[in-house]
Ligand binder design. Structure first.
Ligand code: ADP
Ligand code: MG
Length: 364
């Protein structure tokens, strides 16, 4: 049987017993190691490979920015404050020019400065492959706990910002590169969501007192939320009409297309959630909204935060959102029964959490 990324990690890498100073090992956004009596060191590493994570002709400034941003995103998902990063770079011939290296490094430092994090080391090597591997380190005070395993029954589930933009831009870029028709305006509008993601560090910092559990949405909301549900031994009810997708998807001219892997799920959504018999225009509108929501909850690379918190803190969370002028949306709640249940206007169906999002060993 073909193993996915998570099977490989669980079967081969996650086999050692943990050590006393390790509060949290493999399986979360960062590992946590005790370094003093009042804080833990949060560590995470992420690799960016050409043709898998970026196109070779991407703007090197943006590639540098993203290389740091996606790593800082894992610190945000732990409620950590950045301490430093190290960067290991495998550089092929095409990168060994001032024209390429200078903007790449300006992009790196631009993100590092934006989030006040120093580059403290790394390694540089000539290579056939383009490889950028960043390890980030941050600090988490003892009273902050964003672990995937800490979601509680009754918690509200929240998502920051808007979803789907990065996935939409990626679809358009693939079409452009294949010489197919694509949405020129949509790509222009949403390209930054793919190529210049922002780690939600300021939001995570202000949410520290309220968050029970968090994950950054890199592989699709449903799949990433699935990791939280599994780790916490709980389930979730999600209202599809609340999924905060890009406003652009409601505009005439946008053309959200579900990838092949969602065909089966989409059939279920149409048969279980769509009310046939209503006014035909209403049905078409509902169908479009459902498609936009499903696309946005399963496409990757948005790097928004999904977190759970007690309903008692709803107002505190909305106050943080107002303070930052940045939206957060309540999309559902944590339930006792396992699995993910989605609803739309009073109708409900169960939704798988695996196989919907991005898997590095699966199909594109
Ligand atoms: P994220 O999406 O937050 O970057 P991943 O899905 O890549 O996290 O990884 C899941 C967990 O498995 C993380 O805790 C990560 O540190 C761990 N992990 C991934 N690959 C390896 C490996 N080769 N050795 C040890 N741990 C790994
Ligand atoms: Mg993560």
């Amino acid at each position: 049987m073909r193993m996915n990324e998570f099977d490989i990690i669980r079967t081969y890498f996650k086999q050692q017993p943990s050590a006393k100073h390790v509060k949290l090992g493999i399986g979360d956004d960062c590992a946590l190691m005790k370094v003093s009596s009042d804080a833990h060191l949060a560590v995470s590493t992420d690799m960016l490979l050409a043709d898998r994570h970026f196109f070779r002709d991407v703007d090197p400034f943006l590639l540098g920015y993203k290389t740091i941003a996606v790593n800082l995103s894992d610190l945000a998902a732990m409620g950590a404050t950045p301490l430093g990063v190290v960067l290991s770079a495998g550089l092929p011939q095409q990168c060994l020019s001032h024209e390429w290296l200078d903007p790449f490094v300006r992009g790196l430092f631009s993100c590092l400065e934006q989030y006040q994090c120093p580059l403290v080391g790394g390694d540089t090597c000539g290579s056939e492959q383009w490889v950028f591997n960043v390890t980030v380190m941050g600090e988490v005070p003892n009273d902050v706990d964003f672990q995937r395993s800490s979601a509680k029954v009754g918690d509200h589930i929240w998502v920051s910002g808007c979803l789907g933009g990065a996935g939409y831009a990626l679809q358009q870029l693939f079409s452009q590169k294949a010489g197919r028709v694509y949405d020129v305006i949509g790509l222009e509008k949403l390209r930054d969501r793919l190529e210049k993601p922002e780690p939600r560090l300021p939001l995570a910092y202000l949410l520290r007192p309220y968050v029970h559990s968090a994950i950054d949405v890199s592989d699709g909301l449903f799949q990433d939320l699935g990791h939280v549900l599994t780790a916490s031994h709980v389930g979730a009810d999600i209202d599809l009409s609340c999924i905060p997708y890009e406003h652009y998807f409601d505009i005439e001219g946008s053309c959200v297309m579900l990838p092949q892997r969602l065909e089966g799920v989409w059939e279920g959504v149409v048969s279980d959630l769509l009310a046939i018999g209503d006014d035909i225009e209403d049905v078409q509108k509902a169908e479009r909204r459902l498609k936009n929501a499903l696309f946005s909850a399963t496409s990757g690379e948005d790097y928004e935060l999904c977190f759970t918190a007690s309903p008692e803190d709803d107002q505190n969370i909305l106050d943080v959102s107002n303070q930052l002028g940045f939206p957060v949306t309540c999309i559902g709640r944590v339930t006792q029964s396992s699995g993910l249940s989605v609803s739309y206007q009073g109708r409900t169906m169960s939704m798988p959490t695996q196989g919907l999002g991005f898997d590095h060993f699966g199909e594109k």
